[in-house]
Design a protein around this ligand. Structure first.
Ligand code: FES
Length: 94
């Protein structure tokens, strides 16, 4: 059974369960969050976000990041419970 982590997003009451094997960007869509994206490989930088709590593994540019830090949602994987500040996102579900 895969371990899951909890995601909190600044300004959002609801909490979400994260699969550590999937990039954060992929999972946001399932949560009803429309995050701006383009390349999906860490190059265009349009999916940047702020890590307010927790730690992630970022595949590209390769780094182990702990809060406070900036990350790219398309190449980052949860390594603990997280709190994020999304910069270019809108919520499509209440
Ligand atoms: S979508 Fe381009 S860096 Fe994430």
């Amino acid at each position: 059974m895969t371990e899951t982590f909890c995601l909190k997003i600044e300004g959002v009451e609801q909490e979400f369960m994260l699969d550590p094997n999937l990039p954060l960007l992929e999972q946001l869509a399932d949560f009803g969050i429309n995050q701006r994206k383009a390349c999906r490989n860490g190059v265009c930088q349009i999916c940047d976000a702020e890590l307010l709590a927790g730690s992630v593994f970022q595949r590209y540019p390769r780094a182990d990041l702990s809060a406070p830090a900036s990350l790219y949602l398309c190449t980052s994987f949860a390594r603990s419970d997280l709190k994020l500040r999304l910069i270019r996102a809108e919520f499509t579900r209440p």
